[in-house]
Design a binder for this molecule. Structure first.
Ligand SMILES: *Cc1c(COP(=O)(O)O)cnc(C)c1O
Length: 394
């Protein structure tokens, strides 16, 4: 039996809390993937994705799969055996991107942060770019394992001036952090439905700009992955954009209906307002944790993402107990992911539909969890700090 009072708030870095209108689209009777009404919705969703990614000259792809498929859709189509790739490495998901590039036959070089929670400096990346003949550079915009935010605009500019393609893993940033593909010269960016875009898990979303499509067209070898091959998907996307029926693999029809609703909400809110809301919610959570004496994984405030917060457990507090007690108080948080510090920290997702009530509820539940875990603090200290941000920065 399900009860509304018993439900918990899901504050993890994806899947997130979804808007009721988005969930209602998931429950619609499933249409044919070539029904005229559905073709219109899919085409409209693709049109809106160009706005979501700020890529008026971009080609969107919507393919059934998780974010990891989106990562593969990006690099598998651009890389050929022997190509050199530079990975700007900020954690777990940068390592995954490197593994996918290696699987595509590329030679991977990493430029790594000097410690967990850091990010390579622009001059280090510029130096690394000069040291090799790279075809492509990958950037994890927000590494969800560390909560580290990279300077995508600055990095993309470096790559562009070196004639290197830029691929941005925006799975934890698109529709949450500032990201403008065309203005910033990013060739490909990708995300997954269940993060800040706000659609249940199951869609890989990607936008490729002209230089990437041209590189793809000039391949000498076939793409090794059949399902991920743009040759199969590009005609399908072009058909839906032209409001014509087409088939390669059956689209996740209800997820596409939901995507169209979520994208309309994102477009209606507007890029800048949406980013500002994420910054405000993030500041409130971060100030609350600081007031409670918890340290954060990103080593400097300017390296901290606005879509999630990664914080260390206080000394002498048992991590699993804190998370269990916080869940008992009604809010589900995520444990650690980065192998070097996995047991020492936890993560709070605050993206998509997140609002001030969610933030205050989350901080309140964390205070209850901390108290139940035996941590000494002034009750309400976190709530007051969060409220101060929420009241002043509207
Ligand atoms: C979640 C995430 C992924 C992987 O997405 P899945 O849908 O779990 O495959 C990749 N990169 C980043 C930055 C993520 O946050």
């Amino acid at each position: 039996m399900r009860s509304n009072k018993g439900r918990k708030l899901l504050m993890i870095p994806g899947p997130i809390e979804f808007e009721p209108d988005v969930l209602a689209a998931m429950a619609e009777p499933t249409p044919s993937h070539v029904a005229p009404d559905f073709i219109e919705v899919f085409g409209h969703a693709l049109d809106q994705l160009r706005e979501v990614f700020a890529a008026p000259d971009g080609q969107p792809f919507v393919v059934a799969g998780s974010g990891t498929l989106a990562m593969e859709l990006a690099v598998a189509n651009l890389l050929e055996p022997g190509d050199a790739v530079l990975v700007v490495n900020t954690g777990y998901f940068s390592d995954r991107m490197a593994a996918i590039c290696t699987r595509a036959g590329a030679q991977v070089t990493h430029v790594r942060a000097d410690r967990v929670g850091g990010a390579p400096r622009l001059d280090e990346v510029a130096h690394a770019l000069q040291a090799g003949a790279f075809k492509l550079m990958t950037i994890t915009h927000v590494d969800t394992s560390t909560g580290v935010l990279t300077d995508v605009a600055g990095l993309a500019q470096l790559a562009q001036s070196s004639g290197v393609l830029t691929v941005v893993d925006g799975v934890c940033s698109v529709a949450g952090e500032a990201l403008r593909l065309t203005d910033w010269g990013i060739d490909v960016a990708l995300t997954a439905s269940q993060k800040a875009v706000g659609v249940p898990p199951g869609l890989a979303l990607l936008v490729a700009r002209p230089r990437a499509l041209e590189t793809f067209r000039q391949r000498r070898t076939p793409v090794a992955s059949y399902y991920a091959d743009w040759s199969n998907w590009l005609p399908i996307m072009e058909a839906y954009q032209a409001r014509r029926p087409a088939y390669f693999g059956t689209p996740a029809v209800n997820l596409v209906l939901a995507l169209d609703v979520a994208a309309a909400q994102i477009v209606a809110e507007g890029h800048d307002r949406r980013v500002a809301r994420h910054v405000r919610m993030s500041n409130a959570i971060k100030r609350a944790l600081q007031a409670l004496g918890l340290g954060q994984v990103p080593v400097a405030p300017e390296l901290a993402a606005h879509t999630l917060t990664a914080a260390y457990f206080p000394q002498d507090v048992d991590g699993p107990t804190l998370l269990a007690k916080t869940a008992a108080a009604g809010v589900i948080l995520a444990g650690g992911l980065h192998p070097e510090i996995r047991a020492r920290y936890f993560r709070i997702g605050h993206m998509g539909a997140v609002n001030a009530a969610d933030v205050l509820g989350t901080v309140g539940a964390i205070e209850q969890g901390l108290s139940a875990a035996g941590y000494a603090f002034a009750p309400g200290a976190g709530l007051a700090a969060a409220q101060e941000v929420l009241l002043t920065a509207a």
